[in-house]
Design a protein around this ligand. Sequence first.
Ligand SMILES: NC(=O)c1ccc[n+]([C@@H]2O[C@H](COP(=O)([O-])OP(=O)(O)OC[C@H]3O[C@@H](n4cnc5c(N)ncnc54)[C@H](OP(=O)(O)O)[C@@H]3O)[C@@H](O)[C@H]2O)c1
Length: 216
Amino acid sequence: VKIGIVGGTGRIGEGMAMRLSRIHDVLIGSRDEEKARCTCEICLKEASERGIPCRVTWVSNQEAVDGSEVIILAIPYKHLDATMSVLHGFEGKIVISPINPMEKKEFFIYVPPAEGSAALYLRTLLPGSARLCVAFNNIAGNRWRDIDKELEYSVAVCGDDAESKQIVMDMIDQISLMKSYDAGPLSISPAIEGLTPLLNNIGKCNRMKDVGVKFV
Ligand SMILES: NC(=O)c1ccc[n+]([C@@H]2O[C@H](COP(=O)([O-])OP(=O)(O)OC[C@H]3O[C@@H](n4cnc5c(N)ncnc54)[C@H](OP(=O)(O)O)[C@@H]3O)[C@@H](O)[C@H]2O)c1
């Protein structure tokens, strides 16, 4: 699968690129191609030191959309409008949202838009033919980036298109020890996104780092 990461230079973007590029062709997108080039070089260096494959290319965010079948929007919720307003060409593509609209005050709180979740809002910005799935919301960037460690997590995936959801789930099941779980339609996305501030609060209150979930 050709995967484009919009915001591929960020905290989860870089680690995702490192993990996914072992198996897939990954386009690391950025508003600034020079920044994407630096991220590519880091990925290539870390991979070559370990003798593992790494198929990454640096591109603009628009090229990441144009050149991929699956697009991961690895950008903060507060920059979603600005990012989507300058991108086009999502027709027929699989779009993955790991976006969690949340704030940190004394504790982490879920702050969804009026639509109910970041994904339900994103749905209104995408063309009808784009196939939106929610995934990867509950795995910390540090864990993605810590490439010598396995990622033994469950990944809840939701979306309204069964075929694209299966493609995303198959993709997830190829990453380390991750296991995907079908969580139902896009309307369940508030629960998946809202789990992250819960995990973060559990981490904060119990002095745990980068708490994740495993469904058993
Ligand atoms: N971090 C985590 O542990 C984690 C875990 C699960 C889910 N998530 C979700 O994943 C998404 C990305 O999180 P992150 O922590 O990786 O974010 P981040 O590192 O803060 O930002 C990701 C990328 O967004 C782009 N960006 C930054 N400011 C921007 C602006 N003003 N306008 C447009 N683009 C801008 C940047 O790319 P360029 O400068 O290269 O364009 C940046 O590298 C978020 O929605 C978050 O809720 C994060």
